[in-house]
Design a protein around this ligand. Structure first.
Ligand code: SF4
Length: 197
């Protein structure tokens, strides 16, 4: 039977550990029984795709209480889909942390815009209204200051190179479409998307 590196490590690790505990007289039966009672027992498998990058790794989301009476669907686990030819069950560290995204993130997550004034070494909270007002003002002023109608050879370019735009993989298609339209309408040349999707 062909055996890969992962199977080999699991097999040798489990055998060696089990033998070591047994040698000291421990009864492993309760531990094995507990290990078999996984949190994904009775969960529904829902296939999904990692939202983070263009690799598009497949995922399985495990949901308990799915479509059952008097229950609230609860996401309990996400892992790579072993049937996917793209990632064969693996996820990179970012994809493996998708539960944090689904459940609202860690307690350390910034919930308000932060602003660090030029020369300052501390960030200060800013309201969303203040942040949007400031971004709007800077976009307008920068575009007005840097807009170029023609290049050095006299070709019409109607572009601005004073600021760039980068999107993120958690944006939906529709958000990405609108952002690209807006940036191109402003004449923005440098448009990038971390996920290239
Ligand atoms: S972020 Fe990682 S897990 Fe997600 S699609 Fe990209 S490579 Fe795959």
């Amino acid at each position: 039977m062909p055996i890969n590196r992962r199977d080999f490590l699991k097999l040798t690790g489990a055998t060696a550990t089990g033998a070591a505990y047994a040698a000291f007289g421990f009864d492993l039966a309760p531990a094995y029984a507990q290990a078999r009672s996984l949190k994904i027992d009775r969960a529904t498998e829902v296939r999904s795709v990692c939202p983070y990058c263009a690799v598009g790794c497949s995922m399985i989301a495990y949901v308990t209480g799915h479509q059952a009476a008097n229950t609230k669907p609860t996401l309990v686990h996400i892992e790579g889909d072993p049937d996917s030819p793209i990632n064969e069950g693996t996820l990179c560290p970012k994809g493996a942390s998708t539960m944090q995204l689904a459940l609202g993130g860690s307690a350390e997550r910034a919930l308000r815009p932060k602003y660090r004034a030029p020369g300052a070494d501390e960030w200060q909270d800013m309201s969303w209204d203040e942040a949007l007002e400031r971004i709007t003002r800077l976009v307008k002023d920068t575009r007005d200051d840097t807009f170029e109608e023609t290049d050095d050879d006299g070709n019409t370019v109607n572009r601005q190179r004073g600021f760039a735009f980068t999107g993120g993989a958690t944006q939906s298609n529709e958000e990405g479409y609108l952002a690209a339209k807006l940036m191109r309408a402003l004449g923005t040349v440098y448009i990038e998307q971390q996920a290239r999707v």
